[in-house]
Design a protein around this ligand. Sequence first.
Ligand code: MG
Length: 201
Amino acid sequence: MKIICIGRNYAEHAKEMKAELPKEPVFFMKPETALLKDEDFYLPEFTKDLHHEIELVLKICKVGKNIQAQFADKYYNEIGLGIDFTARDLQSNCKSKGLPWEIAKAFDNSAPIGGFIDKSKLEQNNIAFELKINGISKQIGNSKDLIFSFNNIIAYVSQFITLKVGDLIYTGTPEGVGPVKIGDVLEGYINNDKHLHLNIK
Ligand code: MG
């Protein structure tokens, strides 16, 4: 399986990153070794500025290539919550040199994932989600604020890359990204129900 991540998909987050609003979706990938489920996260030594990015995640349920947006809904059946961990110091360095930023985004365990919900139980265009750290709210988002909708993401990405069953799409983070440190407890919520718990060690 593969993990596809959308960048800059919420206007307020693009603003905090001092990035322009994209005219087309921006995406990058993480390998399967990035997935972390039901385990603690150990802060890697290669970064001094590891940021949390809480994101709604689509689980692909059907193989597809060149999927039209109007049919994209048929290609995912569950929605969950994940964290796109980002070594912001390494990413800034890569960006300033015009280099790919895999070392900042695709390292082992950089994609914690929580429990999934059958998408029929959610109103796709109005999914509220939140990240709390040590009980304090850090990021609040809602799928209604996505620049590129779930269906448009799937249509765009599948022009380039075949989607397969079990692939995950991290759909972008809202504003409020920031650093984590050893001892932090991260909790993710969808519509006020807890779907993700992560201890930073
Ligand atoms: Mg992200």
